[in-house]
Design a protein around this ligand. Structure first.
Ligand SMILES: [Zn+2]
Ligand SMILES: [Zn+2]
Length: 383
């Protein structure tokens, strides 16, 4: 059997290929993909910007050619007896016909971090679906494909029967928005971190930023300010809960600061979420915070270099800067239940701007770079 797949052969170049599906091993599974999104990281890889986990033992460069796609949901086509027992995230038994989300990260389960800090993907040998060379077994390592072949160290999340594939393909970014749960830790210190009724700005409301807007609303944040260069995305952010939207194309940094200060009694926001993936927004983001505010960096998953920073800015207001590179190995179940519970209030399937078949891979990636899109998704069975 062959699987059609969209392969990133080099920067700015996609090809649709037919790849032989390997024989199924007893501890593996074959997933028939329903949807697999194009993430910000994929867009960076498409532009040749592909250094990840820089400065760590797991420093990694995407290995062209590879089948992209790590926001992936599908139906189990076939599963080996060991895989049925071992692959599910929460210890459930799997069978053909089950709808599963393929968790992006693959860990070695042997390094110091896997053994000592197993609840977060710190692994020194981390790999990610949608980022592995096409030459590496089992070849079908990404979601932009009719089939994905999971290895024994894959985690699958069994979706509830009534959950939709759209939620499945979008859930990962909402799990990353655990970043907001993370900064709630600091609320134990009077007035720090994130708490009920706090004000928050999200700089960059692509899909990941928008997930933070929605999650912030669910967590009881008061004013939410969305900042972006795309009016299309800002309009969606407003529809999904932002109170104030600021377009960087028609406001100055001073005007944005002024707007945010006047919306917060002169203080600035309690939390800024940096989700632009653009280092040049870092300094301004710090300026938007009140004293003892918290900045969360969640967008710069790809290393795009340095910016000048005045450390006094951090000291003078006792700011806290928190990096979030991934998501913990829990959260899928809770996130799925909450997205289902609030699906009428937050119809997140509307975040999917357009679906492409695999034959149109080049067009899909080019479209994903535009400003007037939120999420572009592959439907591998569409023409
Ligand atoms: Zn991603
Ligand atoms: Zn490891």
């Amino acid at each position: 059997m062959k699987s059609k797949a969209a392969v990133m052969v080099s920067p700015y170049k996609m090809e649709t290929m037919e790849i032989e599906v390997p024989k199924l091993e007893k501890d593996c599974a074959l997933i028939r993909i329903e949807l697999s999104g194009i993430c910000g990281t994929d867009k960076h890889s498409f532009k040749g910007e592909n250094k990840q986990y820089g400065g760590t033992a797991g420093e990694f460069f995407s290995q062209y050619p590879f089948i992209g796609g790590h926001e992936t949901v599908g139906i189990i086509e076939e599963i080996g007896p060991e895989g049925a027992k071992n692959l599910e995230f929460y210890g459930k038994t799997l069978k053909p016909g089950d709808r599963v989300v393929v968790i992006p990260d693959l860990y070695c389960n042997n390094c110091y971090y896997c053994r000592q800090m197993p609840f977060y993907p710190w692994c020194d040998h981390i790999q990610g679906h949608g980022n592995i060379s096409l030459k590496e077994w089992p070849y079908l390592n990404g979601g932009w494909s009719q089939y994905l072949y999971t290895r024994p160290n894959t985690d699958l999340f069994l979706m509830p029967e009534d959950a939709s594939p759209e939620v499945g393909s979008l859930i990962e970014i909402f799990v990353v928005a655990y970043a907001l749960d993370k900064v709630k830790e600091f609320y134990n210190f009077a007035g720090e971190g994130l708490g009920f009724g706090d004000n928050l700005a999200v700089y960059g409301v692509g899909a990941l930023g928008l997930a933070h807007v929605i999650k912030a609303r669910l967590l009881g944040v008061d004013k939410i300010i969305a900042i972006d260069r795309s009016q299309f995305r800002l309009d969606l952010a407003k529809r999904f809960g932002a109170d104030i939207t600021l377009n960087v194309n028609n406001t100055t940094a001073e005007e944005r600061l002024e707007t945010i200060r006047s919306a917060t009694e002169g203080h600035g926001v309690d939390v800024v979420v940096g989700a632009t993936g653009d280092p040049s927004t870092f300094n301004e983001s710090l300026d938007l915070l009140r004293k003892v505010g918290t900045y969360i960096e969640v967008g710069q998953f790809v290393d795009l270099g340095e910016v000048k920073i005045n450390p006094h800015k951090i000291l003078s207001r006792n700011l806290r800067v928190v990096g979030v590179s991934d998501h913990p190995t829990f959260g899928y179940d809770a996130t799925c239940r909450m997205l289902e519970r609030f699906k009428n209030l937050y119809p997140i399937q509307e975040m999917i701007t357009k679906r492409f078949g695999l034959e149109h891979a080049q067009q899909a990636l080019e479209r994903a770079l535009a400003d007037d899109v939120m999420k572009i998704t592959f439907d591998p069975w569409k023409d």
